[in-house]
Ligand binder design. Structure first.
Ligand SMILES: [Fe+2]
Length: 222
């Protein structure tokens, strides 16, 4: 962590409204939780910076703040990925010429096989995240479960599709035992062109970012 950075700001997700199967009150509550991660990260980093300047490195408090920063940072950034890969009018299956679709088919054999695997990860017991990653070394896609926010990320990968499966993501709309309804609703709102941009390495949220890009290497033949 850089002790000079404590100026992160919540991003504007006012356009993430009117989703199919995920209510606006659900999104409103979720955005408040997201803003909490941003605010807590700033407080934590500011305090950590004070300790650096005061020569308090090496203390138990410094160590715990440093560990905690991974939780707050990932809580911030994973939620940004999540909100940015949903949009009203999204969903359906990505078109056959979508780079993501082609990469999924190369890595999993078919879109349906990937989706079944991803949903299986999302339905696992416990709270966490289901994430589709691009392995930057081998240019292959992987589905992974993330416990909490900071545990389990795969080194050398880039998140492509992020699905929050903490109960706070759906319990305004559904009972805790009804996660499957939320998983179904999530797929009605996926913004596939955002996933294409991530696959191509186009910076997140860049105004006018073109879907598809083309910077990524062709997926390997399997
Ligand atoms: Fe969340």
């Amino acid at each position: 962590m850089n002790p000079t950075y404590h100026d992160y700001r919540p991003r504007d997700y006012s356009k993430v409204r009117g989703l199919k199967g995920i209510s606006d009150p659900q999104i409103e509550q979720h955005l408040k939780l997201y803003e909490g991660y941003v605010n807590n990260l700033n407080k934590l980093l500011a305090r950590r910076g004070e300790m650096c300047r005061a020569g308090q490195i090496g203390t138990p408090e410094f160590a715990e703040l440093t560990r905690r920063a991974g939780f707050e940072w990932n809580g911030m950034r994973l939620h940004e990925h999540y909100f940015e890969n949903m949009t009203p009018g999204g969903g359906g299956d990505p078109p056959s010429d979508s780079p993501l679709r082609q990469a999924i088919e190369a890595s999993f054999g078919s879109f349906d096989a990937w989706k079944a695997d991803f949903l299986g990860v999302g339905a696992m017991r416990g709270v966490g995240w289901a994430i589709l990653y691009l392995d930057l070394r081998d240019q292959r896609l992987l589905n992974t479960w993330i416990t909490l926010h900071e545990d389990g990320h795969l080194a050398g990968t880039r998140p492509i599709l992020v699905m929050d499966v903490w109960e706070h993501a759906f319990t305004v709309d559904h009972k805790p035992t009804e996660r499957s309804k939320y998983l179904e609703a999530f797929f009605h709102n996926v913004r596939w062109d955002a996933c294409d941009d991530r696959l191509a390495g186009i910076p997140e949220g860049r105004p006018g970012a073109a879907a598809g890009g083309g910077a990524v290497r062709p997926p390997p033949t399997v």
